[in-house]
Design a binder for this molecule. Structure first.
Ligand code: BGC
Length: 921
């Protein structure tokens, strides 16, 4: 154990001693919590989805002669790669698990095939090889695996969504060899092309997702019939990728993704535009079992606020199983237009033996059926509204099954506004969005910047509404700037302004130039008319690259005449360009005075003397006293505060760093670890089934147990914050991180995430809901702009987070790498302060995703409290010095960090005292 040096001179001995206890470093030992691998093994069948089972091909019969094909039997994918990958954990591959079954006499495993695959896991099988295998086996089992990773999207091509030529050949040879049965196991992160079902005779198709460390054994459980599958799909599997509503937008640009399909994500699209399911291979909510069920005795009623449906489920087959009831609603089209169906509630039966029956109750709040009117079509802009008409409630064991079983019609006599909000995160550049009648709506153009007659207005370089295609935004330490303007092709950027008062304005550019001075930087036009101005730029830095290049200076202001009303201001390159960070526009009269607030340098950073010895341990003891937190933070110099708002190295080995450490004031901080398939440390920990499998259980009780078990293992390994659940919407089947996410549906995502968080909290661990929001592709994820309507944000992309935070208010939220409608998530005031904190009343801490590329000071200004894995101290202090950020804003985040640390420790103490789990003191 190592002790971190922490005390300042003069600290009281008592608090020194207590502080030492809080700041010891932990060496993690190999800590898999006993019982966790067994629990992981039991979860797999509950989320495994049986997609086809002709003539009860599964489970296999005792003693059945099997030959196993496909590299996946050894090159098995327990999980995806990137931060969710648990490299230290021992994993049993399917072939090894099946070999054990064969050794215990449950199957006969064809040995030549086994030997050949053990010698070469990427074996290319020939028709002759398969024929020989057929002579020793009646059943062919193909394990088809696909990997997936953070930072890269899945390939739509061969070996990605499609089979490789070798796999195709293998399927073909197996088909030709005429096994009595062919069973395909899909060990994939999500959907793959299953057109092989049309080309070859396949009797059973079983999806085990990425099932974690116990996946091999769990597969053996499923094949022998010791366990039965009871999972249901959480996303639509279509026949061809092209049929998916997201695909058209994916290759348009690497710089942005236009969410043209709007709210019609996944099954919402299919239920609206393809209700017969012609393009669908396996629908949302679908999954078979080893038995059959009958839904009966349905009763549906509603009062003023709630709709309640009860139904009985009877096992009509010969084996045990579990069934999921899904309640959907189909809203009236009204003026807004609605999807064909939307998931409202779900419930899963307990295990039902043959002939056994149980009753399930599902209920939803009527307000839950409201739609968000972002443009005022219903007459109520920025409101959640229930339009007048019939809302049909549908019940079934999959979406198509429910479409056939209406159980209640709820009539809304007239339009009712459920909640009034205001415009937030409105798209600036999304050209159009899909409507329920199949037409596209052109959205209002970009919002202009209002130019005031009484003060200077700052316009960021990147806030242009139109540009030459070659123009780019470049990161520099502490900000972003316009670049790639030089070229013979008259490159331009255009800004949309709303000028309140006609007149003469001063325009001041903030720019950096590593080259020789430029006397005539660029031309300027106002509403298409060229202006007689000269913009001169001195050489402000050495030009050798790196930070000196970005030595931004204020250029000499120029004068422009602006008419009142909407104005298009265009900068046109003269072929010679330097970096522009932002520009200021102020009324000419007294304008230099108006610029002062932007340009003046502030005095030195205050270094506070500590008035008393109030350290964190004392604060913890005395926190009931009002004002103590302010007193505590009052002792922090600006530097101390800035330190607090950047992540630290952490005390656990190969964790992902810590949050909220202050050595000077005795805050021990909280250690983080990834997420979401377990705890990524450099010691073996339980590798759990991936998130999609967990959600495929459609059982929040399973998710609570899972969360609790991870939480306990986290406590054992001295982890305080678990960087999970990942809960972005599976907008496209090709997103490289879908395996870390739950579903294409926000209700299911939100409910499962909340349940996981409840479980973890029971063990004293807080989750960090991630990635907030719209990180729906991995390609260029740090610079990709998700252009999406407010309605789709509210109804789809933010909704899961909202549900989770309402049902289990976690202490942390992780912002995402991407931009949303032109603003970095971590820098978005509207996302973090207005929606997350203002509307949803989130009281915890927002952390960034690791090594994002936003500016630390802009993050703090937007309410993103902690930058991970470390802060940008220099930039933050510079922002303080220049007055771009004030101490009060920094204190706002610091306060949240300290309060959250106190809550976390209180939660851990409760968990420790109730469970007797190891405490960290
Ligand atoms: C991922 C996060 C993860 C973090 C820490 C990032 O690359 O996007 O999900 O929690 O790394 O490992």
């Amino acid at each position: 154990m190592r002790t971190i040096l922490f005390a300042r001179k003069g600290a009281l001995l008592f608090s020194l001693w207590l502080t030492v206890l809080s700041l010891v470093a932990f060496t993690a030992e190999a800590e898999i919590l006993p019982g966790n691998p067994e629990l992981a093994r039991r979860i797999v069948p509950q989320g495994a989805v049986l997609l086809r089972n002709k003539a009860d091909a599964l489970p296999l019969l005792h003693g059945e002669k099997i030959a196993v094909f496909g590299s996946g039997q050894l090159a098995f994918q327990p999980g995806g790669h990137g931060s969710a990958f648990l490299s230290c954990t021992p994993v049993t591959a399917p072939l090894d698990a099946l070999r054990r079954e064969a050794d215990s006499g449950n199957f006969q495993l064809e040995q030549e095939t086994e030997k050949a695959y053990r010698a070469n896991r990427n074996l290319k099988v020939t028709p002759e090889f398969v024929k020989r295998a057929r002579s020793g086996a009646d059943t062919a089992i193909i394990v088809l695996s696909r990997s997936s990773r953070e930072g890269r999207d899945r390939s739509p091509g061969l070996g990605g969504w499609l089979l490789t030529p070798e796999e195709e050949e293998m399927f073909h040879s197996i088909n030709e060899a005429r096994f009595k049965k062919t069973v395909v196991i899909l060990n994939t992160p999500g959907s793959v092309d299953t057109s092989f079902l049309d080309r070859f005779r396949i009797d059973a198709l079983l999806l085990i997702h990425m099932p974690g460390m116990a996946g091999g054994e769990a597969l053996a459980d499923l094949l022998t019939g010791r366990a039965y599958p009871s999972g249901k799909l959480t996303a639509t599997w279509m026949k061809t990728l092209a049929a998916h509503p997201s695909i058209a937008s994916l290759n348009e640009s690497t710089a942005y993704v236009n969410y043209y399909e709007d709210i019609f994500v996944g099954y919402r699209w299919f239920s609206t535009f393809d209700p017969a399911g012609e393009g669908v291979r396996f629908p949302f909510g679908f999954g078979l079992g080893y038995t059959s069920f009958e839904i009966g005795a349905i009763e549906a009623k509603h009062d003023k606020s709630t709709i309640t449906v009860t139904a009985s489920v009877r096992n009509t087959g010969k084996r045990s199983g579990r069934e999921v009831l899904q309640l959907y609603f189909a809203a009236p089209q009204g003026k807004l237009g609605r999807p064909g169906a939307e998931l409202a509630a779900f419930a899963k039966t307990p295990e039902l033996a043959p002939d056994a029956e149980c009753k399930l109750e599902l209920s939803i709040a009527i307000d839950q059926m409201a739609a968000y009117d972002d443009t005022g079509r219903s007459g109520n802009p920025s409101c959640w509204v229930l339009e007048a008409g019939d809302y049909r409630l549908l019940l079934g064991n999959s979406l198509p099954d429910a479409m056939k079983r209406p159980v209640l019609t709820f009539r809304q006599a007239e339009l009712r506004v459920v909640q009034r909000l205001s415009e937030k995160l409105a798209p600036q550049k999304l050209p159009r969005r899909l409507l329920a009648d199949g037409s596209y709506e052109t959205l209002r153009g970009p919002r202009p910047t209002v130019i005031r007659p009484d003060r200077a207005v700052r316009i960021e370089g990147e806030a242009f509404c139109a540009s030459h295609p070659a123009v780019r935004i470049e990161r520099f330490p502490g900000g972003r700037c316009l670049t790639h303007m030089s070229g013979p092709d008259r490159r331009f950027v255009e800004y949309l302004l709303q000028v309140e008062q006609q007149g003469r304005y001063s325009l001041l550019l903030n720019a950096a130039n590593g080259n020789r001075p430029v006397p005539d930087l660029m031309l300027l036009s106002v509403n298409g008319r060229m202006q007689q101005v000269k913009i001169a730029v001195p050489q402000s830095s050495s030009g050798v690259g790196g930070n000196p290049w970005y030595n931004f200076v204020n250029l000499k202001p120029i004068t422009v005449d602006l008419p009142a009303g909407e104005v298009r201001l265009r900068f046109i390159s003269n072929g010679n360009f330097v970096n522009v960070d932002y520009f200021l526009l102020a009324p000419e009269e007294g304008s230099s005075a108006k610029f002062v607030e932007f340009t003046q340098k502030k005095g030195p950073v205050r270094n506070r003397k500590r008035r008393s010895q109030l350290n964190f341990v004392r604060l913890e003891l005395q926190q009931q006293k009002s004002g103590r937190i302010d007193d505590f933070l009052d002792q922090f110099s600006d530097e101390d505060l800035v330190d607090l708002l950047g992540g630290g190295a952490g005390r656990i080995l190969r964790g992902t760093g810590s949050i909220g450490v202050s050595a000077a004031f005795g805050i021990p901080g909280a250690d983080t670890a990834d997420g979401p398939a377990g705890l990524r440390l450099d010691v073996p920990t339980t590798w759990w089934p991936n998130s999609t499998l967990l959600a495929s259980c459609w059982d929040t009780a399973v998710a609570v147990n899972f969360g609790r078990a991870v939480g306990r293992e986290a406590r054992l390994n001295h982890v305080d914050i678990w960087l999970a659940p990942g809960m972005n919407i599976q907008r496209t089947p090709l997103c490289g991180r879908n395996f870390e996410y739950y579903s294409e549906d926000p209700l299911l995502s939100g409910k499962v995430a909340a349940a996981v968080a409840v479980g973890a909290a029971g063990a004293g661990i807080s989750v960090a809901y991630k990635h907030f929001a719209c990180n729906n592709v991995e390609r260029n994820r740090s610079n990709s702009d998700s252009r999406v309507s407010e309605r789709a944000l509210r109804e789809i992309y933010l909704r899961g987070f909202q549900i989770a935070l309402r049902e289990s208010p976690g202490l942390f939220v992780m912002s995402s790498y991407n931009l949303i409608n032109g603003t970095e998530s971590a820098e978005s005031v509207e996302l973090l302060e207005d929606i997350l904190r203002g509307e949803w009343e989130f009281k915890g801490v927002v952390i960034t995703d690791w090594k994002n590329n936003s500016s630390h000071s802009a993050e703090i200004a937007a309410g993103n409290d902690v930058k991970m894995p470390e802060g940008n101290k220099k930039e933050l202090l510079a922002a303080l010095r220049s007055g771009r950020l004030d101490r009060a804003t920094i204190l706002r985040s610091a306060r949240r960090v300290v309060i959250t640390m106190l809550k976390l420790r209180a939660m851990q103490k409760i968990a420790d005292s109730s469970s007797g789990s190891p405490s960290r003191k």
